[in-house]
Design a protein around this ligand. Structure first.
Ligand SMILES: [Zn+2]
Length: 411
C-alpha cells in the first residue's frame, strides 16, 4: 500500500534508472506547467538533450500519459513536429470524502477534470462507523465502475476523513464530530469493497482540500496559504512555499480546536470554547434561529443562504459573529506563519460574501504585520468538493512526480 502524499521533496537521482525516472518527472512536469509544448522547446526548458527528451517522451506516450497535440509552432529550429500535451484519459484518481453531513466520491482525470461525481447526503453522526464506511465503499465501487466505463485507468483511491489521521498506520485516530476513535478506515473499506481496489490511502479532509486547492485551484505552485474548511467542524490546511505543513506527527491544522473563548461552550473534543463551537455550521444555524443540520449540508444551508440574501438581520449577524471568531483563529495562523492568503472552503465558501468583511476587519486589527503586508481572503476555487478532489488528485500527483516508477504489487 502506498502513501498518497507526494508533496515531499523529489528524490535525488543515484543511478541510471533513477536519473531516467527523475528526467521523466521533469518532462511531465514541464508539460503540466508549459504544455502543449514541442520536443525542441521541452529540451530548451529542461536542459536535457533532444535525444533524451525524445526517448523519454516515447516512453510517456507508450504509458498513455502524453499525447501528440496538433502541429507545433516550431520557429525554424529542427523539423516541425507535433506538440506534446497531457493525455487526460491516461490515468484517473478516485477520491471519497467521509464527512459529518454526507459522503461524496469523484473520479478525476489526469487534467484535473471531474469525470464522475456521486454523493450520499445526510447526517452520518448516528449511523456508526460500520454503516458509514459500508456506504463509502459502495460509492467507491460505483466510482471505479464509472471510471472503467469511461476507459480511465485508476491509479489509486484517496480517502478524506474529518479527524486526526495517523499517516504511518493509516488509522483515523479521532474524529470528534463523528464520535469515532481509532478506526482502521482503509482496512474496513477494503473488507466492504465488492472488488479489489487499486492502492488506497487515508488523509485528513482539510489537508486534502488544501492540496486540491494547491494543485487545481490556480494558486502559485510555490505559494503559501491557509485553507480553512468550514462545516459542522472547522479544519485547516497550511501550505507553506508550495508544501503542505502537516506537523511532526501529521496532526497539524486543527484550527477548529483552537481556543477562542476559554469559558465558551463545551466542544465534542472535551475542551471548551473551541473555534468550531462558535464558528461552525451548527453554531451559525442556532444563532440565526434556524433548525440544526440534520440532513445534507445543502438542506441546512438553503434557509440560511435565503435569509442572508434577504438581508435578515439575525442571520446576517450570525454569519458575522462566526466570521469574527474565525478571524481570531485566522489571525493567529497569520501571525505564526506569515501566509499572505486565506482561502475559505466548505460552507465558508458559500457564505463568503457575508463572512468577508467582518473577517477581514478582525484579521487586519489582530495581525501585527497587516498594515505592511495585507492578507488576501478568498473563497476556495474547488468549492465544497475540494477534499474529495484533493483525495482523487493525490495518487495522480504521485504518478506524475515519478511516472516511470516500477509498478509495486499491492496486496
Ligand atoms: Zn474542540
Amino acid at each position: 500500500m502506498s502513501t498518497l502524499s507526494s508533496d515531499g521533496g523529489r528524490r535525488r537521482p543515484t543511478d541510471q534508472g533513477d536519473v531516467r525516472r527523475h528526467n521523466a518527472a521533469l518532462v511531465l512536469a514541464t508539460v503540466v506547467s508549459d504544455g502543449p509544448i514541442s520536443r525542441a522547446r521541452m529540451a530548451a526548458a529542461t536542459g536535457l538533450t533532444r535525444a533524451t527528451v525524445g526517448s523519454i517522451v516515447d516512453e510517456l506516450l507508450d504509458a498513455g500519459l502524453l499525447r501528440e497535440h496538433g502541429t507545433s509552432s516550431a520557429t525554424g529550429l529542427g523539423r516541425p513536429g507535433t506538440d506534446l500535451a497531457l493525455a487526460p484519459d491516461g490515468a484517473a484518481g478516485v477520491g471519497v470524502e467521509v464527512n459529518v453531513d454526507g459522503l461524496t466520491a469523484v473520479v478525476v482525470d489526469l487534467e484535473g477534470t471531474v469525470r464522475h461525481r456521486a454523493a450520499r447526503p445526510g447526517d452520518q453522526r448516528d449511523r456508526g462507523a460500520a454503516a458509514v464506511l459500508r456506504s463509502a465503499a459502495r460509492l467507491v465501487d460505483a466510482a471505479l465502475e464509472a471510471a472503467a466505463d469511461l476507459d480511465l485507468p485508476v491509479e489509486g483511491v484517496g480517502v478524506a476523513v474529518p479527524g486526526l489521521v495517523d499517516l504511518g498506520e493509516q488509522v483515523l485516530r479521532r474524529a470528534p464530530n463523528l464520535g469515532w476513535t481509532d478506526v482502521p478506515v482503509l482496512e474496513r473499506l477494503a473488507a466492504y469493497a465488492e472488488t479489489p481496489w487499486p492502492a488506497a490511502a487515508l488523509d485528513n479532509e482539510a489537508n486534502l482540500a488544501a492540496l486540491g486547492e494547491l494543485w487545481a485551484g490556480g494558486h502559485d505552485p510555490a505559494g503559501s496559504f491557509v485553507l480553512v474548511n468550514g462545516d459542522v467542524g472547522v479544519g485547516a490546511g497550511v501550505v507553506l512555499d508550495g508544501r503542505l505543513h502537516r506537523g511532526t506527527r501529521g496532526f497539524g491544522g486543527e484550527l477548529g480546536h483552537l481556543t477562542v473563548a476559554p469559558d465558551g461552550p463545551p466542544c465534542r473534543c472535551g475542551a471548551r470554547g473551541c473555534l468550531e463551537q462558535v464558528a461552525g455550521l451548527d453554531w451559525i444555524l442556532a444563532e440565526a434561529g434556524l433548525p440544526p443540520a440534520s440532513g445534507s449540508t445543502d438542506d441546512a444551508l438553503a434557509p440560511l443562504l435565503a435569509a442572508v440574501r434577504a438581508d435578515e438581520r439575525r442571520a446576517v449577524a450570525a454569519v458575522a459573529g462566526a466570521a469574527r471568531s474565525l478571524g481570531v483563529g485566522v489571525a493567529a495562523l497569520v501571525n505564526l506563519f506569515d501566509v499572505d492568503t486565506v482561502v475559505l472552503g466548505g460552507v465558508f465558501a458559500d457564505l463568503f460574501p457575508w463572512l468577508d468583511e467582518p473577517l477581514r476587519e478582525v484579521v487586519s486589527t489582530r495581525v501585527l504585520s497587516a498594515p505592511w503586508a495585507p492578507v488576501s481572503v478568498q473563497p476556495a476555487a474547488l468549492g465544497r468538493d475540494a477534499a474529495a478532489i484533493g483525495a482523487a488528485l493525490s495518487p495522480l500527483r504521485a504518478l506524475t512526480s515519478d511516472p516511470l516508477a516500477p509498478e509495486v504489487a499491492v496486496g
